[in-house]
Design a protein around this ligand. Structure first.
Ligand SMILES: C[S@@+](CC[C@H](N)C(=O)[O-])C[C@H]1O[C@@H](n2cnc3c(N)ncnc32)[C@H](O)[C@@H]1O
Length: 413
């Protein structure tokens, strides 16, 4: 069991890079740490993953033969910490003692010491290195879609820790020191703030939700009392927005664990929704809905700034299956709309097959379907596609910290 935040961060890196585990799947290995150390371990592991390529380039001249993965990860983490301005003495000492205490690789502590002392003597070792690139399977289609310059701008945003965005509950007043108001109405706070300590947490005046993600629900323009289905709802940021707008919300998701978080969020905010655990491919509603939000499962390639482990774990093989699932969910959901009802389809993907092409295919499968151009508050008209959908990219609002990548489209029939 890792005793320190650094040791736990190395264990997490070993799991991601050695076993292909997502950080969210190995959070359990931090359970024994105090909350502050838990948060620090997570922060360190994520920062190392954001700069792995640069760390390896800095280490290369000092290492003749690649050491075992856990020793390499100890070195990588130490390099990233040194570049981040941590005191060299502490970083080097802890990396050395971590290696020394390793039953299998203790003999390599001398190497770790020698290498890190050389790295510590370098001046700004990352300064001339470009931001870490996305893997080829993802970078190639993104370059083909958006061009090289945009992809580099996205990578520059992904190199930074993501800020914390709060969606405010309409009608509530809240003042949070250090927060910046964003054009859509979200509040932005620096990365790493402890949200449960902020004013308005206990009273449910806001909830954590990326500013781009917060643009989907307003596109439905729900009226108080309307029957609205939030399909694929957990953990529920969009459910809360719809309920706060006065809709009568049914929130459905197949994942019971994630739905617990939705239930907690409802309890904290005092908002109401009917919560259903079901597979949307089997479930059938009792009556049609006025509006449906389908936030479909996807490659999540728009969220790499929040999930830097994703490029190291995924290889794009699951995209085809996801595209088929999205189409199946979309077709079912369209059948549950009342005549004249509206549906917002969204994914946090940068890949056109999960966005623009998915909607083009739906329009050709359903001749009575129309794409209804709507611009949610805060969205720049330049972000609208020629067809009238919304394409949000991580490099938008880059000086303020960017946003998650999303595709959103409103359909009516
Ligand atoms: C992008 S996430 C939803 C995020 C959520 N809308 C929010 O704003 O917090 C996609 C969700 O789809 C759910 N899901 C995947 N396949 C499903 C299915 N067949 N039926 C219902 N939910 C499904 C996943 O459990 C996951 O919670």
């Amino acid at each position: 069991m890792a005793k320190t935040a650094r040791a736990a961060a190395v264990q997490m890196l070993d799991a991601v890079l050695g076993e292909g585990a997502l950080l969210s799947q190995v959070e359990g290995m931090l359970a024994h740490l105090a909350p502050a150390d838990r948060a620090r371990a997570q922060r360190l592991a994520m920062q190392a993953l954001r700069h792995l390529e640069q760390a390896d380039r800095v280490l290369k001249p000092f290492i003749r033969k690649a050491p075992p993965l856990t020793v390499l990860n100890t070195l990588r983490l130490a390099v990233v910490e040194l570049v981040g301005g941590e005191a060299a003495y502490g970083v080097v000492n802890e990396a050395v003692s971590l290696t020394r205490s390793d039953r299998h690789h203790g003999a390599l502590s001398g190497l770790v010491n020698a290498v890190l002392r050389k790295v510590a003597a370098l001046e700004a070792p990352f300064a001339k290195l470009p931001p870490q690139r996305m893997p080829y399977w993802l970078r190639k289609p993104l370059v083909d879609t958006y061009g090289r310059e945009v992809v580099s701008a996205i990578e520059a945003v992904q190199a930074q820790p993501a800020p914390v965005d709060l969606t405010l509950r309409p009608g509530r007043m809240v003042e949070i020191a250090g927060a910046t108001a964003l054009p859509g109405g979200s509040l932005r706070l620096p990365a790493g703030v402890q949200v449960s300590a902020l004013p308005g947490y206990d009273s449910g005046d806001w909830w954590v939700q990326d500013a781009a993600a917060a643009m989907a629900a307003p596109m439905l323009q729900v009226e108080p009392g309307e029957r609205v289905l939030d399909l694929c709802a957990a953990p529920g940021g969009k459910t809360l927005q719809l309920a706060a707008a006065g809709a009568q919300v049914t929130a459905l998701d197949v994942n019971e664990v994630r739905l617990h978080r939705l239930a907690e969020n409802l309890a904290r905010t005092g908002l109401e929704a009917e919560v259903i655990v079901a597979d949307a491919l089997d479930w059938v509603p009792d009556a049609p809905f006025d509006a449906i939000l389908l936030d479909a499962p996807c490659s999540a390639t728009g969220t790499i700034r929040r999930h830097p482990d994703l490029p190291f774990v995924k290889d794009g093989r699951e995209v085809e299956e996801l595209v088929a699932l999205q189409a199946a969910l979309l077709d079912r959901a369209l059948d549950w709309l009342r005549p004249g009802g509206r549906l917002v389809y969204c994914t946090c993907s940068l890949l056109p097959e999960e966005g623009e092409a998915q909607i083009a295919a739906a329009l050709s499968r359903h001749p009575d379907l129309r794409l209804d151009p709507v611009l949610p508050p805060g969205a720049d008209p330049a972000w609208q596609t020629p067809e009238g959908a919304l394409r949000l990219r991580p490099d938008y609002w880059a000086p303020q910290g960017g946003m998650d990548g999303f595709f959103m489209a409103r359909l009516t029939r």
